[in-house]
Design a protein around this ligand. Structure first.
Ligand SMILES: [Zn+2]
Length: 226
């Protein structure tokens, strides 16, 4: 149940310039578990359902950062040409179902495609969409979006300059390794992990990443022996 764990705020949409409602998560929610690829599980509530904001008037969907940072004019032109002519209406709901949350992520991915958005952003959307399917026990859809997330992250590693916010390229390599491990691709997982473990710079400057890589490497070896 989302009651008491969320609240509603009003924002102005950068595309249609109308006021729309957003569900935000209160910070006091209890963590119950963290998966090796970064998915955090919370008690009785899944905040990933609300990461993507959707304008109830024009249907624009993106994360908070995209909505609150100035969108370049060339992107506005592309997005307005599509959204302001199609009359997409996505009704506001205070409590999203799995289907509604998934639609929000799929729309966000679609709009990133339209503006040829960064792979790192698409990776985040695909990864979190995989997480909501994971919680729902839908392994087929989870794996489909994990695979997409891994592709986007690998593309980001090749084309984008890091760090992106607090995300370093080594952190991304670890995430990609963890995703491949979940997908059952031990070889790709260990390729990334061995690069991280053997890199002295990682051990010195990002010891947490080094330790996590070593732990996951250990888990993979232990699983192989079984
Ligand atoms: Zn709008």
């Amino acid at each position: 149940m989302a009651v008491g764990k969320t609240f509603i705020v009003e924002k102005t949409c950068p595309i249609c310039e109308q006021t729309f409602r957003v569900v935000k998560t209160r910070s006091r929610i209890l963590v119950t578990k963290r998966d090796e690829d970064g998915c955090t599980h919370y008690e009785d509530f899944n905040p990933y359902y609300y990461t993507v904001w959707v304008c109830e008037h024009c249907g624009f969907a993106a994360d908070e950062k995209t909505f609150t940072t100035k969108i370049p004019d060339r992107h506005l032109t592309i997005l307005r040409a599509v959204l302001l002519t199609k009359n997409i209406k996505i009704p506001f709901v205070e409590e999203r179902t799995l289907g509604e949350a998934a639609t929000a992520f799929r729309l966000a991915l679609k709009f990133q495609d339209l503006i040829r958005g960064k792979s790192s952003k698409k990776a985040k959307y695909a990864h979190q969409l995989a997480w909501i399917y994971r919680e729902a026990g839908d392994t087929t859809q989870e794996n489909e979006f994990l695979a997409k997330a891994a592709d986007f992250y690998e593309d980001a590693l090749m084309r984008e300059s890091f760090p992106i916010g607090e995300l370093t390229d080594n952190a991304v390599m670890y995430i990609v390794a963890a995703i491949y491990w979940r997908l059952g691709d031990r070889q790709k997982a260990t390729t990334y992990l061995s690069r991280l473990i053997s890199d002295k710079g990682v051990r010195e400057r990002e010891p947490r990443i080094h330790d996590k890589a070593r732990d996951l490497w250990g888990d993979i070896r232990a699983a192989k022996k079984k």
